[in-house]
Design a binder for this molecule. Structure first.
Ligand code: 13P
Length: 252
């Protein structure tokens, strides 16, 4: 059975360290029992140092939700990949649509991806169309977004990159994208990756789906959508739902 990657993007939740620790403990206990699933939790920055004990890292990887493109300097409010690596962070989400809609361009995303890789951390690069049109123009836009966002990635580092395909209209929605359409999109994304990295390297890039995942739809999306794993928002801070999701995904 293939090993799957489940990333929990907690976004700006929960509001207390006590609650965050409670959720994390439950996830860690469940993750220890999984055989075919690697769990990565991306909490808000203030909780990261509490979660990166060497023991926890055995079963749960810790990610950040963003990082700046420079290593250090006069950048008030920013956090660098080097600081995150020093704490033990293994993954960083870059270019989430909620940041892109606040003004983050493909060029900024590309610089962040580069500096995350230089720090020896896996970037989880979010891409996805805002809406769909009947002429397929969204495919061209998606291709440009992927190419621009990965513009500074050396071919030999393709295996370090994780792409999270998150159609913006399916985030925070009622339903995810249909699994058969996710499969089509996965094929399309792999073709774009082959253009960038070459066929062989492109096959080493992990591709996740994100957008309205819950414990009910997750197994079907993995098997029929043919993705390597999932980027989960709301359900990742809902303890019973996320525990069920991990159990269900581990056996597909
Ligand atoms: P939801 O799972 O809440 O739709 O969020 C998806 C997402 O944006 C994960 O990064």
């Amino acid at each position: 059975m293939k090993r799957k990657i489940i990333v929990g993007n907690w976004k700006m939740n929960p509001t207390t360290l006590e609650e965050a620790s409670h959720i994390f403990k439950k996830v860690k206990n469940m993750a220890q029992k999984l055989n075919y699933t690697h769990v990565i939790i991306c909490p808000p920055f203030p909780y990261i140092s509490k979660f990166v004990s060497s023991k926890a890292k055995i079963s749960v990887g810790i990610g950040a939700q963003d990082a700046f493109s420079e290593e250090s300097g006069s950048f008030t409010g920013e956090v660098s990949p080097a600081m995150l690596r020093d704490l033990g962070v293994s993954h960083v989400i870059v270019g989430h649509s909620e940041r892109r809609s606040a003004g983050e361009s493909d060029e900024v995303v590309a610089k962040k991806v580069q500096s995350v890789l230089e720090a020896g951390i896996h970037p989880i690069v979010c891409v996805g169309e805002k809406e769909r049109d009947s002429h397929g123009l969204y495919l061209d836009a998606l291709k440009v977004q992927i190419k621009n966002s990965l513009a500074k990635v050396p071919k030999k580092l393709a295996s370090q990159v994780i792409i999270a395909y998150e159609p913006v209209w399916a985030i925070d929605a009622k339903e995810p994208m249909e699994p058969s359409v996710i499969e089509e999109m996965t094929i399309f994304i792999r073709k774009v990756l082959a253009d960038i990295f070459g066929q062989e390297n492109a096959l080493k890039t992990t591709v996740l789906y994100g957008g309205s995942i819950n414990f009910r739809n997750a197994p079907d999306i993995i098997t029929r959508g043919k993705v390597d794993g999932l980027l989960v928002g709301r359900e990742s801070v809902n303890i019973p739902g996320f525990i069920e999701l991990l159990k269900a995904v581990d056996v597909v």
